[in-house]
Design a protein around this ligand. Structure first.
Ligand code: SF4
Ligand SMILES: [Zn+2]
Ligand SMILES: [Zn+2]
Length: 323
């Protein structure tokens, strides 16, 4: 297998592009893909300050690495989710990367700032960990980007993530989600920061190769809650289709973005944003979804505490106190 650009021995084959590259040409291909997304999708300008959501995984660290290499003004934000050893390791990898490359890293500790980690939140609300975790990450990333004066918020979502989300949204006909599924979500209010996904045309395998070739030390372990996420099932199904028909994933997403997404926008902006009465972040209701979730979690936790105290104090709890 030879590199299609220079004829040297190839180290990376890309069946979906019917091509193969040597190390320097693969790294150039990767940067060209990112540069193309930035230019075509107008994600951000040279002067913009970009906050990158970094988990310590291959995608977010590769994104941070490539944007910093290209000279963009970046900083990272790591959210410590408190998911056991996985979160400690994620933080360590992120911190080491930022120190090695002399990049600014901000950290938010979910339990320290809001009172519970993802595991406690999930137990208290009796909801799947990913639902509270996803909502918290979206909220905190936007809030931190706004409060720290960033122009754009970038995440490491890749082609596999985006096609799995697309498949899930179609299977459940989540029209609202489909209308908002885009590599660039422009700011629709002063406090809503533009969200961009510069890696959305590159696969997981391609970002992993970029990280390995640059010696980026990323976390290999999956989040222990990941197996509960339906997205893994969708990724498996799409991988089988891709194996039979190289390029299928890319076509699935590109054709959705080009042919269908704009049509779903009709009526998507027919809502009025106002400030959440509790935190001041933009929302369509009185309380934003994040504050509603935390209010519910706090009330339940207090109720349980009272119940335990009553039980240990030999008084039988009332039905109301139990629930
Ligand atoms: S798999 Fe679920 S719980 Fe784990 S980091 Fe992702 S969203 Fe959070
Ligand atoms: Zn080459
Ligand atoms: Zn709020």
């Amino acid at each position: 297998m030879r590199c299609i650009k220079c004829g040297e021995k190839a180290i990376m084959e890309l069946p979906r592009h019917n091509s193969a590259f040597c190390k320097p040409d693969y790294l150039e291909y990767f940067e060209t893909q990112v540069e193309r997304v930035i230019r075509r999708r107008r994600t951000f300008n040279r002067d913009d300050r970009i906050l990158i959501g970094v988990s310590g995984g291959k995608d977010s660290l590769s994104l941070w690495h490539v944007l910093a290499r290209m000279g963009y003004k970046t900083a990272g934000l790591h959210i410590h989710l408190g998911i056991g050893e996985y979160s400690s390791l994620s933080y360590e990898k992120t911190l080491r990367f930022s120190e090695q490359h002399g990049l600014t890293l901000f950290t938010v500790d979910l339990a320290g700032k809001y009172g519970m980690n993802v595991t406690e939140l999930s137990r208290t609300l009796r909801r799947a960990p990913c639902s509270g975790c996803g909502l918290s990450k979206r909220y905190i990333l936007n809030r931190e980007a706004y409060e720290r004066g960033f122009d754009a918020l970038a995440t490491g979502h890749n082609l596999d993530d985006e096609t799995a989300t697309l498949l899930g949204n179609i299977l459940h006909w989540q029209i609202g989600h489909l209308a908002r599924q885009s590599p660039v979500l422009p700011s629709t209010g002063e406090k809503l920061i533009k969200r961009v996904k510069p890696l959305y045309t590159l696969t997981e395998r391609e970002t992993a190769a970029y990280a390995l070739l640059h010696g980026i030390d990323y976390i290999l372990e999956e989040c222990p809650n990941a197996w509960k996420a339906k997205s893994l099932l969708y990724k498996d199904a799409l991988a089988r289709i891709e194996a039979e028909s190289p390029g299928a994933k890319q076509r699935f997403l590109t054709q959705f973005l080009e042919a269908a997404q704009a049509r779903l926008q009709v009526g998507a902006d027919d809502y009025v944003l106002r400030d959440c009465v509790r935190c001041g972040q933009p929302t369509t209701a009185e309380l934003c979804a994040f504050c509603r979730m935390w209010q519910q979690a706090t009330e339940r936790a207090e109720k349980r505490k009272r119940y335990r105290e009553t039980a240990s104090g030999r008084e039988m709890p009332t039905l109301q106190e139990r629930f």
